[in-house]
Ligand binder design. Sequence first.
Ligand SMILES: NC(=O)c1ccc[n+]([C@@H]2O[C@H](COP(=O)([O-])OP(=O)(O)OC[C@H]3O[C@@H](n4cnc5c(N)ncnc54)[C@H](OP(=O)(O)O)[C@@H]3O)[C@@H](O)[C@H]2O)c1
Length: 339
Amino acid sequence: MKINDLDPLMPYQPQESRYESMKFRRCGKSGLDLPMLSLGLWHNFGHSDDFRNARTILRTAFDLGITHFDLANNYGPPYGAAEENFGRIFEKDFKPLRDELLISSKAGWDMWPGPYGNFGSKKYLVASLDQSLRRMGLDYVDIFYHHRPDPATPLEETMAALDLIVRQGKALYVGISQYNAEDTARASKILKKLGTPCLIHQPRYSMMDRWVEDGLLDVLETEGIGAIAFSPLEQGVLTNKYLKGFPEDSRAVKDGRYLQTDKITPALLSTVEQLNELARKRGQSLAQMAIAWLLKDPRITSVLVGVSKAAQLNDNVNSLQALDFSEEELTKIEQLLRT
Ligand SMILES: NC(=O)c1ccc[n+]([C@@H]2O[C@H](COP(=O)([O-])OP(=O)(O)OC[C@H]3O[C@@H](n4cnc5c(N)ncnc54)[C@H](OP(=O)(O)O)[C@@H]3O)[C@@H](O)[C@H]2O)c1
């Protein structure tokens, strides 16, 4: 993002109506409420992205009552860029609103060279969060996650790092991401003993990726941990976006690192088409139905979407207007997903 693009907008005055339409859910057995829709900055906030667009997305989100912005040390490209750009926008637009915001970051993937810039050691997690705070210009994050399990580091050490970070005042709450059910139960027990309970788990979960239903959600309920589902729209596949070809400005065409056009097959699109038709009958867009479908389970505290345009957020937030499904609709969805 170019420095001369930094101030293209008028000073930010948040909408006074921002809390009127958003719904909040309590995160597990904690005292913290999360908006049922959260915004992730994995894509569209890197140095090659449009700063004005990024700033408009964040303003729109907050105006819609989305109080939770999710980052990680390695979001970009390059790594660190999303936190830097978020920091610039925070400084310009959100600084006086800090106490109305939940800001998350994570460490766990490769971040810098050498043995201390990856995985789950105390050395890596503590140093990485210090770097994240500097990039974002924050004193603390609200939630700090271990981004992925590290089988080569004792879980006790990684959880002790999360506990230390809270005691240092650098994060208020801690979470884990991508941990399976068994490791989640172990991590939760260690954290409880340390006096820093696990607030939240961030798993990949969508209509098309159901692994969390095989034990993880039960563990989260038992342990009193909230859940925030990432890639709920399968990176855009669970929308009407690819039904008429591959738009030039879509993630699959523009980026291709994590979503490739050859994975969006005619068979997959046929399922998407039928889901789209079902959503239409419900009076929803497919994106809205996919989000509502996740939120029908009260164990899902929040759904974590990404957007490349502010208009997509307006679409997504309207999912909260129709969260109920009939038995017939649920059965039909299962049938379509099995084909
Ligand atoms: N913990 C982890 O390991 C992990 C991993 C991945 C992601 N995450 C988090 O989860 C967040 C969301 O992940 P994601 O970006 O993959 O989520 P997603 O919501 O499944 O996909 C986002 C993409 O879907 C498209 N989209 C969104 N709303 C739309 C709408 N209403 N109509 C049409 N298209 C729409 C946009 O694609 P186009 O760009 O094509 O317009 C957007 O970039 C990330 O930002 C990150 O914070 C966490």
